[in-house]
Ligand binder design. Sequence first.
Ligand code: G1P
Length: 288
Amino acid sequence: MKAVRKAVLPVAGLGTRFLPATKCMPKEMLPIVDKPLIQYAIEEAQAAGIASIMLITGRGKNLMEDHFDHAFELERTLELRGRLKELEIVRQFPEPSTIKYTRQQQALGLGHAIWCARDFVNDDPFAVILPDDMVLAERGCLSQMMDAYNDVGGNIVAVTEVPREHTNRYGILDVESDDGRLAKARGLVEKPDPADAPSTLSIIGRYILQPGVFAHLDKKQAGAGGEIQLTDAIAETLDSTPFHGLRYEGRRFDCGSKSGFIAANVAYALEREDMASDVRLALSEIMD
Ligand code: G1P
């Protein structure tokens, strides 16, 4: 089985739910505590053994390229002031050529965004991380998926149970067998109505995929919501490629929603030794 060494991160979305904050700033640059969402995603990929990452960007997303580069004036100033800890923090970014960028020139859906990475992926298995979805876990969500991949191969998605009334927000698995950790699926459907959903096991933004999905994405067929769906491309490979959902360990935050974003900030802050007690105190004062 080929090892997974590449990851694709779609970051072209407009972030309309966070206007006006995202008028000029990519939503992926919104911070959880003091680090932008995109940096968490890249660190999770690297921790899982990913060597090469492609960001699928769009207009107005250049700030992310700057973020993963030297900031000469800042570094020089920190150096002169002897602020070595901060200097180390701003120099933490991947080596040149580890991150590549391409633009999704039209907003045609997640499947189309992934299709934009077809030459980068080539014939290799690859991971997909949607940076909006954060998983607070001891072992990164993608690393947990790599463990599962080494056992079963094929296509794997991270899954969680959702209330039935929310199935129309997610890709939903049609489960064939389930050992409580890994669910083998015979189908998947994008954002089904609660009444039609084959289960309540929903995909969150982590995938390990075989390059076979591109055969379907190449056809550019629109699915749910009139968008080209990654879910449909995975469904098309079910005959030839095993497909599993992994119930990861950890807490997922939907940082594409304001309440999820705020909850993530609180949860990540409470994990930080340097801040937990101050944050706890501040929260208790607010709640009183
Ligand atoms: C996308 C996928 C969906 C998945 C979700 C996870 O939907 O199409 O299958 O469940 O991400 O966050 P989106 O949230 O982009 O509409």
